[in-house]
Design a protein around this ligand. Structure first.
Ligand SMILES: Cc1ncc(COP(=O)(O)O)c(C=O)c1O
Length: 379
């Protein structure tokens, strides 16, 4: 693992107002916003007050620059992703689009998912009448073999989080892509717990579709969901919904003649967007790209390793796999009274959360090594 030493992480921490308030170790729930993003939200709101429709083109431009940044964060062509509201929304749209394709969701009604999957990955499929099978982890790690063992002739897709919400355990994305292709099933990835934590490379690896949202590791507040679909798959699908903004000529705002629907995934951006938090996303995605995704990953692994070592030294059993390839920053440890410990730490202005039968600690780039030490010394 590359070391993250080329970045002045102390300076990075100071970009986030929360570090002056608390030791916040809960990015896997909600990432804290940096000041630059808070300022961008304010600037957008001021522009609605002082320029109103006069600033509309600026807001549309904002969306396009976010698209480019998200493309770089996910390792996919910007044109192959569309903005939606949140993970569940993107997954639901994908389920609908696949269902309409006679040779895909029209014929194959079986999905394999990780047993501990966050319900944003599963409920949309259940709701559309798919039968779901849960693949089990071994020692906290999900392997493609477990998914293959649950697959049938009518399996449409494997749906799996790149990093699990409960334990932070990461899958080997490349191995999953290869195995899914070999089984002739789609690989659909929920990247909400990994986007912004390091490079993803979804395009090169051959992920078929991916959904994610921005309120965790992207630190951009709420409403910034994204759906990526591999171009060769998207060509086979019909837009799951459409509105005026789905039209090719939407930006011209000339409704005197009919305009066809755009052919890319952005067709799902069917109306006027919420721009305020896109303004935040533009700044936070820019920041992560400037820091360097490899540096961010190395830093988060460093923080995660420190947590794993410290908790182990204190004698706690840990649910997160210790192999660096399978963890990022979130670490979950078992405790007899997780809720009580979370409450006690909260009184000391240290924020963690009870998850997966234990306590989940999820530091981000705004936490330093001293914060991890302070957490470990606090109980
Ligand atoms: C893996 C994963 N997906 C999705 C979400 C949130 O779903 P949504 O974006 O639909 O609110 C969470 C939140 O904890 C999550 O951990």
């Amino acid at each position: 693992m590359e070391d993250s030493g080329s970045v002045d992480w102390g300076e990075v921490c100071q970009r986030f107002p929360i570090v002056n308030e608390r030791i916040y170790l809960n990015a896997a729930a909600v990432g804290a916003m940096p000041q630059v993003a808070v300022d961008a939200v304010h600037a957008h709101t001021r522009s609605v007050a002082l320029r109103a429709d006069g600033a509309f083109q600026t807001w549309l431009n904002l969306k396009e620059s976010c698209r480019v940044n998200l493309g770089a964060l996910l390792g996919v062509p910007p044109r192959s992703l569309g903005f939606c509201s949140h993970t569940s929304h993107g997954m639901g749209l994908l389920a609908l689009a696949l269902e309409e394709a006679a040779d895909l969701g029209g014929a194959k009604k079986h999905i394999v998912h990780a047993a501990d999957e966050f319900p944003a990955s599963t409920v949309p499929w259940q709701h559309r009448g798919y039968e779901l099978a849960a693949a089990e982890a071994q020692e906290g790690i999900y392997a493609p073999e477990a998914f293959a063992a649950c697959s049938r002739k009518d399996t449409l897709a494997w749906v799996v989080s790149h990093a699990q919400f409960g334990t932070g355990a990461r899958i080997d994305l490349e191995a999953f892509c290869k195995a899914a292709a070999a089984q002739e099933v789609l690989l659909i990835v929920n990247a909400t717990q990994s986007v912004g934590t390091g490079p993803i490379d979804a395009g090169r690896l051959g992920v078929d579709a991916l959904v994610a949202t921005g309120h965790k590791w992207l630190c951009s507040g709420f409403g910034n969901g994204v759906l990526y679909v591999k171009p060769s798959l998207w060509e086979r699908l019909r837009a799951p919904l459409a509105g005026w903004a789905s039209c090719v000529d939407a930006a011209k705002l000339d409704f005197s003649k009919p305009s066809p629907l755009r052919k890319d995934v952005a067709v799902i951006e069917s109306g006027s967007h919420q721009f305020a938090e896109l303004a935040a996303l533009e700044k936070t995605s820019e920041m992560l790209l400037e820091l360097g995704l490899d540096n961010v990953r190395a830093r988060l692994v460093e923080l995660g390793d420190m947590l794993l070592d410290g908790l182990e030294a204190k004698g706690y059993a840990i649910s997160t796999p210790s192999a660096q390839a399978h963890h990022s920053s979130a670490v979950t440890f078992l405790h007899p009274q997780p809720a009580l410990l979370v409450e006690e730490l909260g009184k000391q202005k240290i924020d963690v959360v009870a998850r997966a039968g234990g306590v989940r600690v999820s530091p981000h780039i705004y936490n330093d090594l001293e914060a991890i030490d302070a957490f470990l010394d606090a109980f």
